[in-house]
Every structure is written in C-alpha cells, then in structure tokens.
Design a protein around this ligand. Structure first.
Ligand code: SF4
Ligand code: SF3
Length: 550
C-alpha cells in the first residue's frame, strides 16, 4: 500500500493542486481528522447496509437513527467540523447503533463494513481510517468517480434533511434513500450504469428533500418577502449568527429578547431577514460581513460573539476563538460547543459573553440592501414578468448562484453579474452572491435587476420559479430565456447539481473549476448528455449565451 500521502480528500473545489489534499486540507482539516472522517463514513456505510436490509424486510425507519445518520454525514462536509474528539464520539455512537441493528437483522455474508468494530484508542482508529479511506482505494477510476459523486451528493442532501428534521419535517422516501444508496457503495460488483442511475435518483430525491425544507421554512417562518436589511453596525453588545440553520437563529432571538443584545446575520444567514417569523424581532438588527472565506478578517478582535450553526467554518484565529461558539454538526477543537439537551439549546454562555464584550461603541451611517425574493414573491410578479418579456423590456434571465471560496478565479461571477446587459434580470442565491449583492444593479421594467432568492438551501425556489415561468410561456425549461451560471464549492452544491441534471436542465455553466473527483469518462458523459460547460471568461460566455438564446 502506497502511504506516502497522509490523507486523500478531493471532495471540494478548493482541493490542493486541483487533484487531492494529501498532506493537510486546504480547508485546514488535518490528516488525523481526515482519517476519522473516513472511518465515520465507513461506519455509516455499515449502518446503511443493515438499515436497508431491515427496511426491505418491512421494518420501519427509526427517528433516532435517521437523526444521527444525517448529522454524522453532515459533519463530514467541507468546513463543518475539525474536532477529532467529536468524530471519535460519532464513530462510537455509530458502533452502538450498528450493534443494535446487527441483533435485529442478523446479517450473513455481508461486506466487512457491517461487522467492523472500531478500536477504542484514537490512534488505532486513525490507522483504520486510512485502511478504509480513499488513500488505500484501488477501485476502477470511473466506478470510484461515480461512487464518490454519490457519496458527496448524499452528504449535501443530509445537510438539507438535517435542517428540515430540526423543524420537525421528515420524508420516508428521502430517508430510506440515504440507506439504500450508501449501502450500494459497498457492492464490489456495482456497474457504472447502476451508479449513474443512483446519482440521477439522488438528484430526484434531493429535489424532494429541498421541497421539504422549503415547506419547513415557509410553514414555520412564513413566506419570505422583499425586505430591506441594514448592513451597517449599531452600538451595543451583539451576537453574529452564521451558517444556515434558521431554527438556531429563531431560538437565539427568543433567548436574547429584552437582554440588550443585538443579533446580526452573517454569511448564508442573510436571507433570514426575509421571513416574517424572524424579521419581527426588533433586535435582529442587520447583517454583518460578507461570505464565509472572509471570516478570519471580519471576526478578528470582534467585540461580540459569533455563533456558527453550520458551514462554512474556517479554523479560527486566536483573536476571536474565545468568543466563537459552534452548535449542531459544527466543531473545532477548543471552541465552546452548544449541545442540544432534551430538544433545547441553551445559549446563555453566548449571551453572557456578548454582554461582557460590550459590542461596538458607535453606530455606522446606515446602508441597506434588499433580500427576500423567494418563489412566492417572484411568482407573485409572474404576470408582470411575462409582460415585460413579451414587450421586449426584459431580454434574458441569469441565475448566478452557488458557493464562494477564496480562489481568484471566483471574480468571474462578480464580473459576469456586472457585465450582464441592463435589460436582463439576475437571480442569485447562496454565498457566492456576497461579492456583488451590495452593488447597485438598478432596475429594469418594474423590478430590481438583482433578485436575491436566498440561501443555497433555497435552490428549490429558483428551480420552482424556472418551471413555473416555463409553464406560463408554454415552453420547455431549456427554451426559457434563462441561463444558469453556477459556482460550486462543497457537497451541497454537488447535490443541487445532480438535482438540476435529474430534472433535465441543460447547458449550465459551471466553475470555477470542474470537480477533481470526476474521471475523464464521467465528465465526458456529463458534457455530452447535459451540455455542461466550464466557465471561461465573462465576455466570452455572455456573448455565447446571448447569441444562442433570445
Ligand atoms: Fe481538501 Fe476540500 Fe477535502 Fe478540505 S474538504 S481536505 S480542502 S478537498
Ligand atoms: Fe456557502 Fe459554505 Fe456553499 Fe450555502 S456557506 S453555499 S460554501
């Protein structure tokens, strides 16, 4: 076994050298944590096999098991959890659950992952992790590529399912698919065709899962509507809430009410201001900062607290480590973690610390941006949009969406947005938009030219809008004057991409680089079947798009 490398991870876009992180992750994940994550995935494969057998024999889904499974998968997403102790706990908990299930299912002739028992010693776990991870994997390149694509898609879908479950929304079809699909990755005889079909099925299941999450958000907090958000600082103690978990934000808002602590959204939490059930809190005073990759600069010596509810967490600097708190699947060694106990999270330590730190001393001159163009708000304007297109006032729509990152190539998306002609509308979502969402795009016909649809978790909204517009125009979605220009970074974007492909979206532009885990053959199939194009430069791509679609 060639073990010159200390780890092997190629699940995200910032991967070292465009190939794989083999010494330490560009994200900051070290080889010990990488190994423990690999071992956790191996454990989850074992659980998946047993649960799938159990379900096939007529057994029922167990809530505790699904909760654990989705959180554990989510914890292995890029920039979520860097804490080896937490992975040890997940691995051991997985073992308990597997042990119970083995008694129930009594499996015979099963893959080794099913009967594997982890050692108690963490050093030995790390060795085992290397044996079962990609670092030791000699599978055929195309099989490996499609298998990992499936696993990353499952990680992304786990994030969506996790958020929906926290609000009490579940879907048996989605949950059983986690087990079926991950169990299939243990099969030695699986074919390229079978894996391809599983990826397409994942795309469909993820659409269902995102629809469920949309339902969870809108039924709990109301439909987002256009809302002005202050993006400047206010005097006084404060907590900045980052990540994607709206339930955590709501619970924190309740617990900070009347305590003299302002709450700001950060990163992917910005769209929270659009929801009536969240913006009603007066002490939700605004949004602070930009996208996740700027956090070390923005949190440096910050005189308030930061609560990180999900991705993306960067390894914190000393200057704010004592005021950073994690919760849910997020973790970092030495950073305080707020656990859920009996269904409740107690944010008292965060509130106490924020009051102690005292906050900003002065108000900044106020500036605002508008968010809240979810599907309900946009489709409420459908009639006017149709008229504007028919009258030639709006020529084209762009969806410039997806993740951000630190690479220079990501300026493409800002330049692209800024170069879009004045008679076009830009829909945007996820954290990639922070590079341009504070710029003035002006208006076209009766609409702002830049419409913020929400988080990456709201990709469902954008898809629904596309389908509804296609229906209204009486055309196929690929015949709409709409182009998707996507930036990917982590595994939620993989799940969304599979959904778009499964739903038949074609000719999407993808960047900044193509996934390292796609083998040349798999990539060729994606290009041939779905017309996926890698971004080149904004002028070239815009010209190509506008000359081919009217
Ligand atoms: Fe590298 Fe991305 Fe894996 Fe981190 S998650 S180790 S940056 S490929
Ligand atoms: Fe961003 Fe991490 Fe993906 Fe939610 S916060 S989109 S990268």
């Amino acid at each position: 076994m060639a073990l010159q490398a200390e780890m092997f991870c190629y699940q995200c876009e910032q991967v070292a050298g465009g190939k794989a992180c083999t010494k330490v992750g560009v994200c900051g994940k070290d080889s010990r944590v990488a190994s423990l994550q690999d071992l956790l995935i191996y454990q989850l494969k074992g659980i998946a096999y047993l649960e799938n057998e159990y379900l096939e024999k007529g057994g029922e889904l167990d809530d505790e098991l699904v909760d654990f499974f989705t959180e554990a998968l989510f914890s292995t997403l890029t920039n979520v959890n860097f804490d080896e102790e937490r992975f040890v706990k997940y691995i051991l908990k997985a073992d308990e659950l597997k042990e119970e299930m083995r008694k129930l299912v009594k499996p015979e002739g099963v893959p080794p992952a099913v009967n594997y028992r982890p050692p108690e010693d963490v050093e030995k776990m790390i060795v085992d992790g290397k044996m079962v991870g990609l670092i030791s994997d000699r599978t055929d390149e195309d099989i490996k590529s499609l298998r990992e694509l499936l696993i990353y898609g499952l990680k992304g879908m786990a994030a969506y399912a996790y958020h929906a479950r926290r609000l009490g929304y579940k879907d048996g079809e989605v949950d059983s698919f986690f087990f079926k699909a991950l169990a299939e990755t243990l099969r030695k005889d699986i074919t390229v065709e079978e894996l391809f079909e599983l990826n397409v099925e994942l795309g469909r299941k993820n659409y269902r899962c995102m629809e469920l999450l949309d339902k969870a958000h809108t039924e709990t907090f109301g439909h987002p509507s256009p809302t002005e958000v202050t993006i400047t600082k206010k005097r006084g103690p404060f907590i900045v809430v980052s990540g994607h978990d709206l339930k955590d934000l709501k619970d924190l808002l309740e617990q900070t009410e009347g305590k003299g602590v302002n709450v700001y959204t950060h990163g992917e939490m910005l769209p929270a201001h659009g929801y009536p059930g969240l913006r009603k809190y007066e002490h939700l005073v605004g949004n602070y900062g930009g996208a996740w990759q700027d956090q070390q600069k923005e949190f440096d010596n910050i005189p308030g607290c930061v609560l990180m509810t999900t991705n993306c967490l960067q390894p914190p600097l000393e200057s704010y480590r004592d005021r950073l708190f994690t919760t849910g699947p997020v973790g970092f060694k030495g950073v305080a973690h707020i656990e859920e106990v009996n269904g409740r999270k107690d944010f008292t330590p965060v509130i106490k610390k924020a009051l102690e730190l005292g906050g900003w001393e002065e108000d900044e001159p106020e500036r605002k941006i508008t968010v809240g163009f979810g599907h309900n708000a946009i489709l409420g304007l459908a009639g006017e949009i149709l008229d504007a297109v028919r009258d030639g006032k709006v020529r084209h729509f762009f969806l410039i969406g997806g993740c951000d990152g630190a690479k220079p190539g990501r300026n493409y998306y800002t330049e692209f947005a800024l170069k879009t002609p004045k008679d076009t509308i830009v829909l945007t979502l996820a954290c990639g938009k922070y590079r341009f969402n504070k710029l003035d795009f002006g208006r076209v016909a009766n609409f702002p030219r830049l419409l913020d649809v929400g988080q990456c978790n709201d990709a469902y909204s954008a898809i629904l809008v596309a389908f509804e517009l296609a229906k209204a125009f009486g055309v196929d979605v690929n015949e709409l004057p709409l182009t998707l220009v996507l930036s990917w970074f982590e595994q939620k974007a993989v799940a969304i991409l599979l959904t778009l492909l499964a739903l038949g979206f074609k000719n999407m532009y993808l960047g900044p680089s193509l996934p390292a885990f796609l083998s040349p053959n798999v990539l060729q199939v994606l290009v041939e079947r779905f017309g996926i194009k890698q971004i080149s430069n904004p002028e070239h791509d815009l010209k190509e798009i506008l000359s081919s679609k009217v």
